[in-house]
Design a protein around this ligand. Structure first.
Ligand code: F6R
Length: 241
């Protein structure tokens, strides 16, 4: 695991954007794994800026997002489909047919994950998978558990995740209780992984992810076993490293 510590959120976002931009320039038909949440907003802003400056072409890029809430349609303003359109896809020349976010509404229980896995297998290996880190150590929506999840599937969100994400909703009761998420096995199949972490509230868990034992109780700790992980964090998150 390579750990890059940047002064602040802005510098962290710029460093991550450089990695993604380099990948798109080198390989215009690349397949990228995307994340939502507060952490990557700055990174997506940087990529939009580069696109607007004429430095990036997304026309042949394919993307797979990590996760989606079950029960939220793509038009719902808290769905991850909506987030991606709003923060990135609507602002660059990506072909929407090449954009994939798990389906939170169109499938019977369990089927959305299967369809997503099949689509990913058919499309090819993700070159760089972007990840954020939950305060409980989750990556994607893979919550602390007794075993690492293998494939994309349905997840019961823990109370701590519902609590952490209620800031995006009017009230806690509005936060969906379930999500469909790439599994840990799915995430680990990416060629390269970039884990972005900022803020003091993630410092404890980042220490466990980077230096603690590998355990499904801290799902992000599995990244220690991946051959090509770059952690990019700000000084606050790096406090205990
Ligand atoms: C989002 C995702 C989650 C978030 C994590 C951190 O697609 O899969 O794992 O990355 O919950 O969220 P923020 O960035 O809002 O702190």
């Amino acid at each position: 695991m390579e750990v890059i510590v940047k002064k602040n959120y802005e510098e962290m976002s710029k460093a991550a954007a450089t990695l993604f931009a380099a990948e798109i320039m080198e390989n215009p038909k690349t397949i990228l794994g995307m994340a939502t949440g507060s952490t990557p907003v700055g990174l997506y802003k940087e990529l939009v800026k580069m696109y607007e400056a004429g430095d990036l072409d997304f026309s042949q890029v394919t993307t797979f997002n990590l996760d989606e809430y079950i029960g939220l349609a793509p038009e719902h303003d808290q769905s991850y489909h909506y987030f991606m359109n709003d923060n990135l896809f609507n602002h660059v020349n990506i072909n929407k047919e090449n954009v994939h976010v798990p389906d939170g509404v169109g499938f019977e229980a369990g089927e959305a994950g299967k369809a997503y896995e099949e689509l990913m297998a058919k499309t090819g290996q993700v070159e760089i998978q972007l990840l954020g880190l939950g305060c409980n150590g989750h990556i994607g929506f893979n919550e602390p558990a007794d075993e690492f999840t293998k494939v994309t599937g349905e997840i019961d969100l823990t109370d701590s995740t519902i609590e952490a994400n209620k800031r995006f909703f009017e009230k806690k009761e509005d936060v969906p209780r379930k999500a469909v998420s790439m599994g840990i096995g799915t995430i680990m199949r990416a060629k390269k992984i970039v884990l972005l972490v900022n803020g003091e509230n993630k410092a404890e868990i980042l220490k466990e992810v980077v230096n603690g034992p590998v355990t499904p109780k801290v799902p992000g700790s599995i990244l220690q076993f991946h051959p090509h992980v770059t952690v990019i964090c700000d000084e606050e998150a790096a406090k205990y490293l």
